[in-house]
Design a protein around this ligand. Structure first.
Ligand code: FAD
Length: 174
């Protein structure tokens, strides 16, 4: 099981890869994975897999769609085995979950910050929330979930905090 194709997709180049989750989410992540491997299967956990879903762009991209039984997942040697809804099994070199996530935004929301429909705190270009003096950075404000992004956000916030403090205390600006 792997989490993040942005982080380690290069390690599964040309391998047998599956993306497991509700169809809509899994297709999105599988489409991202397509440049890493041609052997790609969406394992739909919501029972919403129909032939229609396997047509159009998915079929053109060569991405298979199967309904699966999520709690049937087990290791077998180097592989991950999953029971498909028809009773057959699928074997994969790697499976990425695409099951959504809950953000850690509650702390900020409790302090008065606002969030979007996905639960990410809303910030301006300087990482400021709507609460004066409350900044947010990283996974709590975006779904890219990358250390580099969190550091970048933090640098932007830190610079603005520095400038705010300078304005307040000395009138100096960075
Ligand atoms: C398995 C896995 C593999 C990953 N691999 C990579 C990778 O290879 N490359 C990459 O770039 N990214 C990777 N990521 C993503 C990366 O870890 C995150 O994007 C990054 O850590 C986000 O930093 P952050 O500071 O926003 O959040 P976090 O690192 O999650 O830090 C938030 C901190 O706040 C603390 N906290 C939360 N709520 C409260 C509270 N109420 N009070 C006090 N403290 C609180 C938490 O305990 C935590 O320490 C991976 C993530 C996972 C889970």
């Amino acid at each position: 099981m792997r989490l993040c194709p942005i982080c380690d997709g290069y390690e599964v180049i040309d391998k047998r890869v599956a993306v497991m989750g509700p169809l809509k989410e899994a297709v999105k992540k599988a489409s991202f994975m397509r440049t890493y491997t041609r052997d790609l299967t969406v394992l739909a956990t919501d029972g919403a897999c129909r032939m229609d879903d396997c047509s159009g762009p998915l079929r053109e991209a060569g991405i298979r769609v199967e309904a699966c039984i999520p709690n049937s997942l087990r290791p077998l040697g180097e592989h991950a085995i999953v029971v498909l809804s028809g009773g057959a099994t699928g074997a994969f070199d790697a499976i990425y979950p695409a099951m959504g996530c809950r953000t850690g935004a509650k702390f900020g929301i409790d302090l008065g910050a606002t969030c979007d429909d996905l639960g990410y705190l809303i910030v301006d270009a300087h990482q400021r929330t709507v609460v004066p003096g409350l900044y947010a950075a990283g996974d709590v404000v975006n779904e890219i979930n990358q250390i580099a992004v969190a550091f970048g956000d933090a640098a932007i916030a830190a610079t603005d905090i520095h400038n705010q403090l300078a304005d307040t205390n000395h009138g100096f600006r960075h």
